[in-house]
Design a protein around this ligand. Structure first.
Ligand SMILES: Cc1cc2nc3c(=O)[nH]c(=O)nc-3n(C[C@H](O)[C@H](O)[C@H](O)COP(=O)(O)O)c2cc1C
Length: 410
């Protein structure tokens, strides 16, 4: 009998009983896919689909993630990995590990603090945060809460005066770099948003009221916070702000589809800092970007939200690094869910990665603490993968530690 008690005592371990529901939720989220599941439960369906959805059949979005599964490691052993240094550099400045938080518009839909919560968490993690033109917190509000590295993402509006003004504000608020997104001459067709009737500002119909009632936690914090607006361009669009429009109508009426390579010189003339071109999807355009003299490119298909059928960024990293790696820094954007994904992209030739949904799911699952949680997990994942592949510093991440297994995705 005593031996039974002794055995039971040695194996029985109850989870610490937590009373903080956010802490309990996060303690059970082992990875991004768990955070996604929690966010899906907590957010109204329209909001979740706005984040999670992609263009048309969502093939590119699925392939972004699947591409990482097709890269396998060639782990080296007995290399003394007692001390691992995950720090990297990008645009000549340090990063705690090779990751940048991608720009995502409309972040306050997920959680009222929105961009402020994400920027603070990025600062704590030692990573740059990219604020979107379509942000729901302003350039200045974000700068006021984060002394860390901040980039400003530019959508090029037909009203170039507005673009110039935003860049002046970003410079005055000590943003380090601009990220010009070049893959949205028109908005991709996000069919989940069409089905949900997703509009700006969100309009309340019977379906949204029911959805809100089923997600009371989100609804309660939404109605208690100030109305959501595109804080950087507020009062500057021709649409009547009280009249809900679809995202596609909004973007297609405001963005300049005439944007071309010639405009890069104009940006250079009005912005003194580094320029990143986000949305490069071929080796040819990577060459043109390097010729245009930009400091970095983000290989990106916008998380599969623009052209369905565009290639996963990861597959471009090697060929682009070979073509222009010495002339321009390469960021791999799309599908990052684990620290090991970051290690794979860097090994193939990227200087760093960008991630969007990973932190949005985390924000939906646990607010600002959720973002801390996911950034900690990604960092740990990078460190652990480096140890298991025999790398002690980012310089050790070279193409010979990975190989493509096969390229057939879903
Ligand atoms: C909800 C959402 C909003 C986004 N808004 C923007 C934006 O305003 N500007 C931009 O350049 N990219 C935007 N993106 C694309 C991201 O910057 C990034 O390219 C993409 O999320 C990367 O894929 P991932 O989500 O798989 O990490 C958005 C992505 C999501 C999911």
């Amino acid at each position: 009998m005593t031996s039974i008690v002794r055995t039971l005592r040695s194996v029985l371990r109850f989870r610490r009983f937590g009373i903080d529901p956010t802490e309990v939720r996060l303690s059970r989220a082992a990875n991004v896919s768990d955070l996604r599941r929690i966010a899906r439960r907590r957010l109204p369906r329209g909001v979740f689909d706005y984040i999670d959805g992609a263009a048309e059949d969502e093939l590119t979005a699925a392939r972004n993630a699947a591409a990482f599964r097709n890269v396998e490691f060639r782990p080296r052993v007995l290399r003394n990995v007692d001390k691992i240094d995950t720090s990297a550099s990008l645009l000549g400045q340090p990063l705690a590990f090779p990751l940048v938080l991608a720009p995502t518009g409309f972040t306050r839909m997920v959680e009222p603090q929105g961009e402020l919560a994400v920027a603070r968490a990025a600062d704590r993690a030692g990573l740059p945060y990219t604020l979107s033109t379509m942000g729901t917190r302003s350039i200045e509000e974000v700068a006021a809460v984060s002394g860390g590295r901040k980039w400003f993402q530019v959508y090029v509006w037909r009203d170039r005066g507005l673009v110039k003004e935003m860049l002046e504000r970003a410079a005055a608020a000590a943003y380090e770099a601009i990220v010009i997104t070049v893959d949205v001459p028109v908005l991709g067709s996000r069919e989940r948003d069409v089905r949900r009737g997703f509009t700006l500002p969100p309009k309340m119909g019977l379906d949204t009221i029911i959805d809100g009632a089923l997600h009371l936690g989100w609804t309660w914090s939404f109605v208690r916070s100030e109305p959501i607006a595109f804080s950087n361009v507020v009062n500057r669009s021709e649409t009547d702000e009280s009249d809900p429009v679809s995202l596609a109508d909004y973007v297609n009426s405001q963005f300049d589809a005439a944007l071309s390579w010639d405009d890069i010189a104009w940006f250079r003339s009005i912005w003194d800092g580094p320029i990143v071109l986000k949305g490069i999807q071929t080796v040819e355009d990577a060459r043109l970007a390097a010729d245009a003299g930009v400091e970095a490119i983000a290989l990106s298909n916008h998380g599969g939200r623009q052209l369905d059928g565009a290639p996963p960024a990861l597959e471009l990293v090697g060929p682009v690094a070979e073509a222009v790696g010495g002339r321009v820094e390469i960021i791999c954007d799309g599908g990052i869910q684990r620290g090991s994904d970051i290690v794979k992209a860097v090994s193939l030739g990227a200087r760093a990665c960008m991630a969007g949904r990973a932190y949005l799911y985390a924000l939906g699952a646990g607010g600002e603490r959720g973002v801390d949680h996911v950034l900690r997990q990604l960092h740990e994942g990078v460190r652990r993968t480096m140890a298991l592949t025999g790398a002690t510093s980012i310089d050790n991440l070279t193409p010979d530690i990975v190989h493509w297994r096969d390229r057939t995705g879903p």
